[in-house]
Design a protein around this ligand. Structure first.
Ligand SMILES: *[C@@H]1O[C@H](CO)[C@@H](O)[C@H](O)[C@H]1NC(C)=O
Ligand SMILES: *[C@@H]1O[C@H](CO)[C@@H](O)[C@H](O)[C@H]1NC(C)=O
Ligand SMILES: *[C@@H]1O[C@H](CO)[C@@H](O)[C@H](O)[C@H]1NC(C)=O
Ligand SMILES: *[C@@H]1O[C@H](CO)[C@@H](O)[C@H](O)[C@H]1NC(C)=O
Length: 528
């Protein structure tokens, strides 16, 4: 549950247990800790009352995040995997577990908003002149994506953080006043993230001159919004890290980030990544009383697709792909492997214990969408020739530790959920196997992990759960519409889809039916 994670994230106790928060983030922590903690606490109480689907013991686990998970196989307790063999109440794509998720669910249900709806994203003044559509007058360039609206402003650009304004002061007298209101998060309609007003002043602005610069920057700026869905591991990547990489990579660190709704714990958690994208401390925009002057400011982050990059849409003429993103992560975290194990063509899996086997990481979710028969699956995978390690990444694990561990595997196997986000740390050429729960969830599964995995240069395999393998059959009976007619559940709305197929379902993989998928994975590694 998202808010629970946030509650545990900034707690000094977790930092003491190894979450390294850099000095710069620590400064922000000191500043914002009290307010942030209270807000999160409040959010937690609100959310916990509203969303009954949330794991009933979520609150308890938030207070005891280091509870040891039983070690299900002989190999699960390997040194180096210690950080992984624990329950995660946190970084899961628990689409049904919070208000932010609810919003995302609606977006899934309705699909990307149509261009007409985006008209709401524009300023009061020019609401009707199509400002939510792409706009380009050479100075202000705005792009609409299915998820967000962003503007690039160049010229004499001045920010007033406390006022949430970005003002373009005209160089000539030919400009007309225009205004845009932009939420700087990569998805529309996040609560808690203030809008930024972008104003292009007109020629009469001499009457009310723009405020004088108190700080002049040599480098361009990017205005981002944190919060939103962040705290959910999938969204950390999909909504922030990937869009931020896309927006900032071209500047090679020479860019100033201005963060609204700043989340020091988040910046601390992903400090290594943020540090490689900008050489400068992130400015807490909401409390910034300076008038900062830039030659160029980008307002908002643009998400091309879920957890993915469309190279043609990357600004600045530098084509970037998800493969570039994962290469960047490997550099950032000094991940040693850029290729999976090399198996000889046509060879059978090594029976010799001393010979190196391909390694398979089995993600064992702590709550709903659990694999009921983990030991059986482990056996089947071992029989197929893999060395199997069961992992359950928890929220407070250091990203570096997690990245290092995942990078040592050749196959990542898990039920649809945020744990699969870890695919980003696999060496290219490795294999991702997504187990898709019953209920016609394949398009969503493909969009959120299948396409991204392929774009990372991974081999993507999908295993769809049949009704007979779903615990829903036992709990609801064969005549329930959720079993007999998934289409009717989809027709009745996303809430029902989330309730039945994501929230109430565990899966018992039929290992015989699953065997060919494991064989395909091995086969792929032979072809490297
Ligand atoms: C904030 O911006 C979003 C678009 O990013 C828009 O939908 C919304 O109406 C704006 N809110 C206000 C209060 O202007
Ligand atoms: C920034 O905006 C705030 C709120 O509108 C205003 O009170 C303040 O004077 C502005 N700062 C400067 C330096 O103009
Ligand atoms: C934002 O939320 C409002 C009301 O909550 C809704 O009418 C609007 O369609 C939403 N916009 C988008 C782009 O989802
Ligand atoms: C992106 O990846 C491609 C293919 O590996 C590579 O040729 C290119 O240089 C990378 N681009 C950047 C900016 O790193």
């Amino acid at each position: 549950m998202v808010s629970v994670e946030k509650q545990s994230a900034p707690a000094p106790a977790s930092a003491g247990k190894g979450l390294t928060v850099g000095a710069w983030a620590q400064r922000h922590l000191n500043l914002c800790f009290v307010a942030g903690f209270l807000l999160v606490l409040l959010a937690y109480f609100v959310v916990s009352q509203q969303f009954a689907v949330a794991s009933p013991d979520a609150a308890v686990s938030a207070m005891t995040p280091h509870r040891k998970k039983h070690q299900a196989t002989k190999s699960s307790g390997r040194a180096g995997e210690a950080g992984l063999t624990q329950r995660n109440r946190g970084g899961e794509a628990t689409a049904e577990a919070g208000p932010a998720q609810e919003q995302r669910q609606r977006q899934r249900q309705q699909g990307p908003p149509k261009a007409e709806h985006r008209a709401r994203g524009v300023g009061k003044r020019d609401r009707d002149d199509g400002a939510a559509k792409p706009f380009d007058n050479g100075k202000v360039v705005c792009r609409a994506s299915p998820f967000s609206y962003t503007c690039d402003v160049s010229g004499d650009v001045r920010t007033n953080g406390t006022a949430h304004t970005v003002t373009l002061v005209p160089a000539t007298s030919l400009t007309e006043r225009r205004e845009w209101s932009i939420q700087p998060y990569a998805r529309y309609n996040m609560t808690g993230i203030p809008n930024i007003t972008v104003t292009q002043l007109d020629s009469t602005s001499a009457a009310s001159p723009a405020p004088a610069c108190t700080v002049t920057h040599r480098v361009p700026a990017i205005v981002i919004g944190l919060g939103g869905h962040l705290g959910n591991y999938f969204h950390d990547f999909s909504d922030a890290l990937v869009p931020l990489f896309v927006a900032s990579r071209r500047y090679h660190g020479e860019v100033q980030l201005l963060a609204s709704n700043i989340q020091p714990w988040w910046l601390g958690k992903y400090e290594a990544v943020v540090r490689r994208l900008t050489k400068y401390d992130v400015v807490d925009l909401d409390h910034d009383d300076q008038i900062r002057c830039f030659r160029r400011v980008t307002v908002g982050l643009n998400m091309h697709r879920e957890f993915d990059i469309v190279p043609e849409l990357v600004p600045g003429g530098v084509p970037l792909s998800m493969a570039n993103f994962t290469a960047f992560l490997r550099e950032t975290y000094s991940l040693p492997r850029a290729a999976p194990i090399r198996l000889t063509k046509g060879s059978s899996p090594p029976v010799d214990r001393k010979k190196k086997k391909p390694r398979l990481m089995l993600l064992d979710r702590g709550h709903y969408r659990k694999l009921v028969n983990v030991p059986e699956i482990v056996k089947a995978a071992e029989k197929a020739g893999f060395e199997v390690v069961i992992a359950d990444p928890r929220f407070n694990v250091r990203v570096k530790e997690l990245a290092m561990s995942v990078n040592s595997f050749d196959v990542l196997l898990g039920v649809h959920g945020a744990g699969l986000t870890n695919a980003a740390f696999l060496p290219p050429g490795a294999v991702v196997i997504q187990v898709v729960p019953y209920g016609k969830l394949e398009p969503m599964a493909q969009r959120e992990f299948g396409d991204p995995a392929s774009d990372m240069g991974l081999r993507y395999l999908q295993y769809s759960i049949k009704a007979e393998e779903s615990t829903l059959l036992e709990t609801l009976g064969p005549d329930h519409p959720a079993i007999k007619d998934p289409d009717s559940v989809h027709r009745s709305g996303w809430d029902k889809v989330a309730e039945f197929y994501l929230g109430k379902q565990n899966v018992r993989v039929d290992v015989e039916r699953f065997a060919p998928t494991l064989a395909l994975a091995l086969d792929h590694l032979r072809r490297q």
